[in-house]
Design a protein around this ligand. Structure first.
Ligand SMILES: [Zn+2]
Ligand SMILES: [Zn+2]
Length: 262
């Protein structure tokens, strides 16, 4: 019996479609033991409609803590998905100092002002090789920053199916080595299945590299609606088994514990 967790969920506190409490019953029915909310927080954009501001995080975290204390049939964790950009380390660090989280997820949605997942048309006329190089550079920097417990959808640059001209494997090796060195987990993000790329993040062919480099793993849905909680998890667990994983990461107050994966 797998101790299933889904730490990457979005509610109406950021760009999700339902209130946090609406996720509880579907999560229990999906057999999950823990869920966690990880609303978007971006510190470098002015009030985007998909993200909270730093000021909004206080009431959000309080709300999730209250939900957690009154929910008995599943554990509810507090998290954030924080946008990383090189140069933002100090701002993110001072924010995190005052925040009581079970885990902080770091993610790259922007390369400078280039939005990675706002539509394939933003890729028109762009050099895909350079975008891949930049994307992995930023994700690697986010892992090396020491700010985050989990790195989200680490090859989101695949979202529209644009792939580099050369072999992408060295990008994954570099990233996995960096995650391992800095003791940061990555996720299988099953939501990629619902996006144009049509498969999980990261590319399943390279999961074995993360295992070889001993990178801790979580399986997350990145669900923005209750019906997506725990979606495709059995398939993700099978992929992890095939890659040789024997444990998964769980988080409490920013401490990581490993739970055997049977
Ligand atoms: Zn994201
Ligand atoms: Zn997300």
């Amino acid at each position: 019996m797998i101790y299933s967790t889904d730490y990457h969920l979005h509610s109406t506190f950021s760009d999700g479609k339902a209130a946090p409490e609406d996720y509880i019953t579907p999560a229990v029915e999906a057999g999950l033991k823990e869920i966690g909310f990880s609303e978007h927080l971006t510190l470098f954009l002015k009030d985007p409609d998909w993200s909270m501001s730093a000021e909004e995080t206080g009431p959000y975290l309080e709300y999730i803590r209250r939900l957690s204390s009154k929910t008995k049939n599943i554990r509810v964790r507090t998290g954030l998905e924080i946008d990383y950009l090189p140069g933002m380390e100090d701002e993110i660090s001072s924010f995190l100092e005052g925040a009581e989280l079970d885990y902080a997820i770091g993610s790259v949605h922007y390369l400078g002002d280039f939005p990675v997942d706002m539509g394939p048309e933003s890729y028109d006329g762009k050099n895909i090789d350079i975008l891949w190089e930049n994307y992995f550079e930023n994700v690697i920097a986010s892992a090396a920053s020491g700010l985050f417990d989990i790195i989200a959808h680490c090859d989101l640059i695949r979202i529209y199916g644009f792939i580099p001209s050369g072999d992408p494997e060295p990008y994954y090796r570099r990233l996995a080595k960096c995650l391992s060195l800095h003791d940061v987990a990555f996720e299988i993000n099953t939501n990629g299945r619902n996006r144009p790329v049509g498969d999980f993040y990261p590319d399943r062919r390279f999961l074995r590299i993360f295992r070889e480099e001993n990178v801790p793993v979580c399986v997350n849905s990145d669900g923005h609606m209750p019906s997506r909680v725990g979606q495709y998890f059995e398939e993700a667990y099978n992929l992890l088994r095939e890659a040789g994983y024997t444990e998964m990461a769980v988080f409490n107050k920013r401490e990581r514990y490993m739970i055997p994966f049977i």
